[in-house]
Write a new protein. Structure first.
Length: 280
């Protein structure tokens, strides 16, 4: 449970295209607007990223009395507070009129305790996956044919800089986990297509690596196009290494696109979802 709570706070933690110092007692923002979906904003009061987190303290950290305003340049609305017991934070702010569209800019204003925190974002284009292949898993030079890695070939014909985060799960699991790699960009890729090798490795109780992509299992992947701001937020907290939580060493500085000293990010997203049975 401690591990899950720690990840939840990281996922709703910190983005001024400036750099802020990790500390407690600061507003943290996890905000996204997806193409065709309403905006969703989670607000918490930062906790320390060390030690045991008390469940009462966690509940008290949720900010539920903010005024959250969203504008797309044509319409402005005050977001309403909603409840979702399946995730943390279980209270969040959601738009009821404005949905994500490519080509529009979305201005966010959060007013709480006499302060205003502002940011803006746009929705990136969805990733174009040209091909999916399954590769035999190798570890320490040994091939394990009953287990696989997944090779996605992604279109990059316009040679634009693109940014992604990747989640994965077995059909038998309830929630998505961070894939390896968790984040990826095309900043240094100058080819019209590029391969992305996706793994799903967990460490068992004995400290051994366990590949969760086994032949004949059904695997689901979310390849999520994100903004540059969100990518550099995750990069500043060590990217895919955020899956190693209990002994992680986090950077003291976290990139943020939220003004006035808040942590977190406000980001457009666009999800490409895949579900397939792993072949032999």
């Amino acid at each position: 449970m401690k591990k899950i709570i720690f990840l939840s706070f990281l996922l709703c933690s910190c983005l001024n295209t400036e750099t802020d110092i990790l500390s407690s007692d600061k507003l943290t923002v996890e905000g996204q607007i997806e193409e065709g979906k309403f905006a969703r904003i989670s607000l918490t009061n930062s906790l320390q990223f060390k030690g045991i987190i008390d469940s009462v303290e966690v509940a008290k950290s949720i900010e539920s009395k903010a005024k959250v305003v969203l504008s797309n340049g044509e319409v402005s609305e005050i977001l309403t507070l909603k409840k979702d017991e399946s995730r943390f934070p279980f209270l969040y702010y959601r738009s009821n009129l404005i949905k994500g569209e490519i080509g529009k800019t979305y201005d966010l204003s959060i007013q709480i305790r006499g302060k205003e925190f502002v940011s803006k974002t746009s929705v990136p284009k969805k990733a174009a996956v040209l091909n999916v292949e399954f590769l035999d898993w190798k570890e320490d030079g040994i091939v394990y044919p009953d287990f696989k890695d997944i090779k996605l070939t992604i279109n990059n014909s316009n040679l634009e800089q693109k940014y992604f985060k990747i989640f994965i799960k077995n059909e038998k699991e309830e929630k998505f986990e961070l894939a390896i790699p968790f984040i990826f960009s095309t900043e240094n890729i100058a080819t019209e297509t590029f391969p992305l090798i996706v793994s799903y490795i967990k460490t068992d109780k004995e400290g051994e690596n366990e590949n969760k992509i086994r032949i004949n299992d059904v695997i689901e992947i979310q390849l999520i196009s994100i903004t540059k701001d969100q990518f550099y937020f995750w990069k500043s907290v060590e990217g895919d290494q955020t899956s190693i939580l209990e002994n992680a060493s986090y950077a003291n500085e976290v990139v943020t696109n939220i003004s006035n000293g808040a942590f977190g990010y406000w980001s457009g997203e666009n999800i490409s979802s895949f579900k397939f049975k792993v072949p032999e």
